[in-house]
Design a protein around this ligand. Structure first.
Ligand SMILES: [Zn+2]
Length: 89
């Protein structure tokens, strides 16, 4: 999190957040897990929306992503946020 720059970073677990590449449907209690993951995703969407409405930039990184690539992406967003930050505060 970068509160002064209003940049929020989330690391989402592939299973819990329904990663399109790695989320596999559980064979036992399939309905339970489908609902659970759908709820998580709905909450993620809701969180994104609230933050964006409040002027935050939201970055979501899947746990399977290369940390170096994710770090580069975060850095780029933070640098951009710094440039756009008003100087008089
Ligand atoms: Zn994944």
């Amino acid at each position: 999190m970068f509160p002064r720059l209003k940049v929020a970073v989330y690391l989402d677990g592939c299973f819990w957040h329904g990663c399109p590449e790695h989320h596999s449907v559980s064979k036992t209690n399939a309905q339970f897990w489908a609902t659970k993951v759908a709820n998580n995703r709905a909450r993620d969407e809701d969180t994104n929306q609230r933050l964006e409405e409040a002027g935050w930039t939201v970055i979501r990184v899947w746990e399977h992503e290369d940390p170096a690539v994710a770090a580069a992406e975060i850095k780029a967003v933070v640098e951009k946020a710094k440039r756009h930050r008003p100087k008089n505060r």
